[in-house]
Design a protein around this ligand. Structure first.
Ligand code: DC
Length: 224
C-alpha cells in the first residue's frame, strides 16, 4: 500500500461565505478532486425524503442506505454550482432548494447521521489532492490538512448571494425570509453539540464580504 500523503485544502464557513465558488475555482485550477460535504448531507436528506425514511428508522435502514448512497462531484464550470451526481443522475438543482437545506440542517445535527457521513467524506481523499468544502472539514474530518481556510461574510451579504444563486435556479425568495432562515441555520450549525461550525485553530480566516472570488483566491494563495 502506498504511504503517499494526499494534500488536502479545507474550506469551512457558513453558507453564502463563498466556499462553493472558491472550492470550485481551486479544484479546477489545481485539477484536484472536490468534496462538497454540504451537498453530501443534502443528498442524504433528499434520498431519505424520497424513500420516506425518518430519522427514527435510520439505524434499521442503514445498510439499505449505505448500499445506495453513491455520490460523486463534478466541479463543472465557474459560475455554475458544483454538480452533484447521485447514482449516475445529476441532482444538483434538486438538492439546492431551501426545503432540502432546512431538512439537511436538522439531520446534520444528529450524531448518527454525522457518523454515517464521516467515512463517505474520507473516501474523496484521492490523488492528486482534495479540496474539501464544509463546516467541519478542518476541525474534524481532515484535521491533518496542511492548509485550512475559514471563509466568512456578513449575514446580509451572504443572504444576497444566496438570493442570486436561487434566482439563477429559477426560484424567487424574499430577502427578509432568506436572511431570517440563514440566521436560524447559522445558529443551529454553530450551537449544535456535534461538530459545530467554528474555525480550526490553525485556519486562516478570510472575510469575503467585500472581496470578489479572484480577491479571495489571492488572499488564500498568500497563505499557501
Ligand atoms: O453548505 P450547505 O448549505 O450545502 O450545507 C447544508 C447543511 O449541511 C447546513 O445546514 C450545514 C450542514 N453541513 C454540516 O453540518 N457539515 C458539513 N461538513 C457540511 C454541511
Amino acid at each position: 500500500m502506498s504511504n503517499k500523503i494526499i494534500p488536502v485544502i479545507t474550506i469551512d464557513g457558513p453558507s453564502g461565505a463563498g466556499k462553493g465558488t472558491i472550492a470550485q475555482m481551486l479544484a479546477l485550477e489545481l485539477d484536484w478532486n472536490i468534496l462538497d460535504s454540504g451537498a453530501l448531507y443534502r443528498t442524504l436528506a433528499f434520498f431519505m425524503a424520497e424513500e420516506a425514511i425518518s430519522l427514527d428508522q435510520f439505524q434499521e435502514k442503514k445498510k439499505f442506505i449505505k448500499e445506495r448512497f453513491k455520490v460523486k462531484f463534478d466541479p463543472g464550470i465557474v459560475g455554475e454550482p458544483v454538480k452533484v451526481i447521485f447514482r449516475d443522475e445529476d441532482i444538483t438543482n434538486l438538492v439546492r432548494t431551501e426545503e432540502i437545506a432546512k431538512k439537511t440542517s436538522e439531520l446534520a445535527a444528529e450524531p448518527l447521521i454525522r457518523d454515517f457521513i464521516k467515512p463517505c467524506q474520507r473516501e474523496f481523499m484521492i490523488e492528486p489532492g482534495l479540496i474539501a468544502d464544509g463546516r467541519d472539514m478542518g476541525t474534524v474530518i481532515f484535521r491533518d490538512a496542511k492548509h485550512k481556510i475559514f471563509l466568512t461574510a456578513s449575514p446580509k451579504e451572504r443572504a444576497k448571494r444566496r438570493q442570486t444563486q436561487l434566482k439563477r435556479q429559477g426560484s424567487e425568495v424574499n430577502m427578509r425570509v432568506l436572511l431570517q432562515e440563514l440566521e436560524e441555520r447559522d445558529k443551529k450549525d454553530t450551537e449544535r453539540k456535534h461538530s459545530p461550525l467554528r474555525p480550526a485553530v490553525d485556519s486562516v480566516i478570510i472575510d469575503t464580504s467585500s472581496l470578489d472570488p479572484k480577491g479571495v483566491i489571492k488572499e488564500i494563495k498568500k497563505n499557501l
